[in-house]
Design a protein. Structure first.
Ligand SMILES: *[C@@H]1O[C@H](CO)[C@@H](O)[C@H](O)[C@H]1NC(C)=O
Ligand SMILES: *[C@@H]1O[C@H](CO)[C@@H](O)[C@H](O)[C@H]1NC(C)=O
Ligand SMILES: *[C@@H]1O[C@H](CO)[C@@H](O)[C@H](O)[C@H]1NC(C)=O
Ligand SMILES: *[C@@H]1O[C@H](CO)[C@@H](O)[C@H](O)[C@H]1NC(C)=O
Ligand SMILES: *[C@@H]1O[C@H](CO)[C@@H](O)[C@H](O)[C@H]1NC(C)=O
Ligand SMILES: *[C@@H]1O[C@H](CO)[C@@H](O)[C@H](O)[C@H]1NC(C)=O
Ligand SMILES: *[C@@H]1O[C@H](CO)[C@@H](O)[C@H](O)[C@H]1NC(C)=O
Ligand SMILES: *[C@@H]1O[C@H](CO)[C@@H](O)[C@H](O)[C@H]1NC(C)=O
Ligand SMILES: *[C@@H]1O[C@H](CO)[C@@H](O)[C@H](O)[C@H]1NC(C)=O
Ligand SMILES: *[C@@H]1O[C@H](CO)[C@@H](O)[C@H](O)[C@H]1NC(C)=O
Ligand SMILES: *[C@@H]1O[C@H](CO)[C@@H](O)[C@H](O)[C@H]1NC(C)=O
Ligand SMILES: *[C@@H]1O[C@H](CO)[C@@H](O)[C@H](O)[C@H]1NC(C)=O
Length: 726
């Protein structure tokens, strides 16, 4: 008997210790005599205080030993949870604090079923299909226990009101309540008026569109209303008369993934304790002045992913002294334009340290708007069409540690851009258009602080100069502190040019015909001397034969005009690809890849489409910016209205530029009766280039297509006049 008493004794001691650590309280009573022989159930894994029958598909609640505090039956098959089932828990009635019955296929729960489990603190009934009436009483039977965490996610599918579900549950001790994924349509916080300790309320992914928050939950700190259907206006947190709120402690508010159109500040500007506010993925159009004033504790604001609706951010829209993190990514806004993003929107953010503006458009002068943000330590500008990294730009951010410029259009930069940049730890310049990397890319003071540098997927020009970059890389990597500096090196760093080194790893590139430096010094003296000599001779000859030359020039004047007076090209793309959405896989994976390898600048909607620009304008605009139009003809093309529109625009343009402007590509045979008249007409005047899957014919296809493109490149000058070259 002595040792039997001893075991529970030490168990109690451990229990108390464990509970003290967890900050929760429970009293354990000694093990009943009929329980002392109960062992860990087969198929379950046990410790002294927990039993987990996780994923065992048990059809009953197993008999569990004494002193168990936590029972997890995830994925069991208990259709009816009743007093008899629960009786197998009898040995631990007094100690059980965590009961997890998620995904147990429970449909019926008997009322009062939890009445003997007087120490429950955490109850998870998520992912069952319990009928409302039966759950009401069952939750009521938890009233005697100090339940602080209750999870009722994905539980009821009939559109029951929260009021019904919680009808008999007092919630006196509840700190955390989660009712996600339940198709709740209406929510009134009055239902929770007696939940006087509630801190965390999760209503994520319901269908809430009617919400009344007039009662307030004074203790609430986190309110998650993400993924609901809150429409047009945000929920009203502030009393419309007094401007006060009963949400006196709210710190984190998540309203992302709703359909809020008007960021109506009077509804939320009383939330002076708010720390993070997520409004991502709503339908806002215009963020007006003072939308966030009086949110005096706000540190994180997320206004991202509204590219289909957001048109404008006004100058004093985001005026928050305390704000540290701002996310404006994914809005497709044109920062070059004052009309879309006011010039001084960042002038009222004196504490901002982290900014994400990815997936917008910055063009050439958009970055000016950032220059007052001198406290930034993190700047994320992925995919913003940045065309240059100006020398002075980074000087504005002396404390910058994280800079991400992935996927932009930077063609070159100089090491000067990084002068005085001495705190940078992370730098991403991958997927830009840089061909000549300076070596070293930045001063040694920058290198000293840098921990990660990514410049993969650039257009490396592997000529003689590249040797310097290779040497710099090798030197850096030989430093034990910098061994892991370059991410994705060497596998994702390839040469792009010259042709014979195309796709050779940068690391392995050995350009031909590189002279050594001594030779270069000699050359650098000899060549100017030769040039000088030749120049002198030419001048002398020209003077002697001046009249003959004048006559010749006169004769050639007309020819010359045609041949040389080309205006600088206003074409942006070498070709515009018109295709049906359903053929986009071929266009992107075959066509685009092949043409871009040939350095053609190809316009495809999927890539360049500017959000917000009406489709018609965009099509006309870009066809007029392209030297040719490739029509990807297929059955899909015939069935697509926009394709037809593009065809018409292209034909109108071809009237000015000549039929060769259009390059039809036939992706598959099309029965004549499916063809539109415009296409039939096209086939009469132009022979389409036919695509075939076999590799030999395939090669012919590419060669024909590129031939057509290249011919077109040379035929037209800017105004479409034919030059003498043809
Ligand atoms: C109690 O558990 C035992 C084995 O652990 C099991 O055989 C029995 O069916 C359970 N009783 C009920 C009512 O589920
Ligand atoms: C219940 O168990 C599931 C599966 O292990 C787990 O995802 C869930 O978080 C648990 N619930 C609680 C409240 O710990
Ligand atoms: C509670 O425990 C008592 C005594 O052990 C038992 O008679 C009763 O049936 C139990 N009730 C439930 C709902 O488990
Ligand atoms: C809160 O408690 C009071 C007093 O017990 C009661 O009258 C009221 O109905 C309760 N509110 C809710 C929503 O259950
Ligand atoms: C919100 O609820 C309160 C209290 O339940 C009620 O007085 C008020 O009329 C409700 N407001 C709306 C707009 O339904
Ligand atoms: C709200 O819930 C979603 C889904 O679980 C989660 O991703 C998000 O982080 C939550 N929001 C907050 C503020 O915790
Ligand atoms: C919204 O933003 C908060 C704060 O940054 C974040 O914790 C939360 O995960 C975000 N919500 C979603 C759904 O991503
Ligand atoms: C926003 O504030 C600026 C500066 O105070 C002011 O010039 C502008 O007219 C305001 N715009 C609106 C819509 O109130
Ligand atoms: C901000 O709060 C102050 C004082 O509480 C109030 O006078 C002012 O009108 C509020 N501003 C806005 C834009 O609501
Ligand atoms: C930076 O802030 C100052 C003072 O607020 C202002 O005069 C200046 O125009 C701002 N610069 C930019 C680029 O917005
Ligand atoms: C940069 O950081 C230092 C140290 O944290 C700080 O004292 C200084 O004010 C910061 N400079 C700027 C411009 O934020
Ligand atoms: C770097 O700092 C020095 C001294 O503060 C300054 O003279 C120089 O102009 C700065 N360099 C650049 C590129 O701004």
């Amino acid at each position: 008997m002595g040792h039997i008493l001893f075991i529970p004794g030490s168990l109690v001691a451990m229990l108390v210790l464990f509970l003290a650590q967890e900050g929760i309280t429970a009293q354990a009573s000694p093990c009943r005599e009929d329980c002392t022989n109960v062992k860990c159930p087969t198929y379950c894994s046990c410790t002294d205080t927990s039993v987990s029958c996780h994923d065992r598909s048990l059809a009953y609640i197993p008999l569990i030993p004494c002193g168990i505090q936590s029972l997890n039956l995830y994925n069991c098959r208990i259709w009816r949870l009743n007093v008899e089932e629960i009786s197998n828990l009898t040995c631990s009635f007094e100690t059980l604090t965590v009961l997890n019955l998620t995904e147990c296929k429970i449909e019926q729960i008997e009322e009062d079923v939890f009445i003997n489990l007087t120490h429950l603190e955490v109850v998870d009934l998520s992912s069952n299909k319990i009928k409302t009436q039966s759950i009401q009483r069952a939750l009521g039977s938890l009233n005697g226990a100090p339940v602080h965490t209750l999870k009722l996610d994905h539980l009821w599918t009939d559109k029951e009101k929260v009021r019904e579900i919680l009808k008999y549950f007092s919630g006196r001790h509840l700190i955390y309540l989660s009712m996600r994924e339940n198709q709740i349509i209406e929510f009134e916080d009055k239902v929770l008026e007696n939940f006087t300790k509630l801190v965390h309320l999760d209503l994520h992914r319901n269908w809430i569109n009617k919400i009344n928050l007039s009662s307030g939950i004074e203790t609430l700190e986190l309110f998650n209303l993400s993924h609901n259907q809150i429409n047009i206006f945000p929920p009203v947190f502030c009393d419309t008369q007094t401007g006060k709120t009963r949400y006196k402690k709210l710190k984190h508010l998540d309203l992302s993934w709703n359909q809020i159109i008007v960021p109506s500040s009077p509804f939320w500007n009383c939330l002076t304790t708010l720390d993070s506010f997520n409004l991502s993925t709503n339908d806002m159009e215009d963020i007006a002045n003072d939308s966030f004033t009086n949110l005096t504790s706000l540190r994180t604001l997320i206004l991202s992913e509204m590219r289909t609706t957001l048109r404008r951010i006004r100058n004093e829209a985001i005026k928050i002294d305390s704000l540290q993190h701002l996310d404006l990514s994914g809005n497709g806004l044109d920062f070059d334009e004052e009309k879309e993003v006011a010039n001084d929107i960042f002038n009222y953010l004196p504490s901002l340290t982290s900014l994400d503006v990815s997936d917008n458009y910055f063009g050439s002068v958009g970055t000016r708007k950032l220059t007052n943000l001198s406290h930034l330590d993190t700047l994320i500008m992925r995919h913003v069409s940045l065309s240059q990294l100006a020398d002075g730009f980074l000087q504005h951010f002396p404390n910058l540690t994280y800079l991400d410029l992935h996927n932009n259009k930077i063609e070159q930069f100089s090491a000067v851009a990084f002068q005085n940049v001495t705190k940078l730890k992370f730098l991403n310049l991958s997927k830009n258009l840089i061909s000549n990397f300076p070596a070293p890319p930045f001063p040694s003071a920058t290198l000293k602080s840098l921990e990660t540098f990514d410049f993969a997927y650039n257009y490396f020009q592997c000529d003689c100069e590249i040797v310097k970059l290779q040497k710099w890389i090798n030197d850096v990597l030989s430093d034990p502190d910098k061994r892991n500096l370059l991410s994705r090196y060497p596998v994702d760093y390839w040469c792009y040019n010259p042709k014979y080194l195309y796709q050779v790893l940068l690391k392995d590139a050995k350009p031909d015909h590189c002279t050594d430096s001594k030779y270069q010094v000699v050359l650098s003296i000899v060549i100017p001397v030769i040039i000088c000599l030749v120049f002198t001779v030419v001048i002398v000859v020209a003077y002697v034969y001046r009249w003959e030359i004048k006559f010749l020039l006169h004769k050639m004047r007309k020819k010359r005009r045609d041949r040389y007076q080309r205006l600088p090209s206003s074409f942006v793309y070498s070709t515009y690809v018109a295709y049906a959405e359903k053929d986009s896989a071929w266009v992107i994976h075959d066509l685009l890849k092949e043409l871009e390898e040939d350095r053609h600048n190809v316009y495809i909607r999927d890539r360049y489409s500017v959000p917000g620009v009406a489709r018609c304008d965009e099509i006309v605009d870009n066809i007029y910016k392209s030297k040719t139009v490739i029509l990807v003809l297929s059955k899909n093309f015939m069935g697509c209205q926009w394709c037809n529109y593009q065809l018409n625009v292209a034909q109108a343009r071809a009237v000015e530029l000549g039929q060769h402007f259009i390059i039809p590509v036939l992706l598959e045979g099309i029965p004549t009766d499916h063809m539109k008249i415009s296409v039939q007409h096209l086939f009469r005047t132009l022979r389409p280039i036919e695509w075939a899957r076999q590799s030999t014919k395939n090669r012919l296809f590419w060669s024909e297509l590129k031939g057509a493109l290249d011919a077109e490149m040379n035929v037209f000058d800017n105004d479409g006049y034919q030059s003498l070259n043809t």
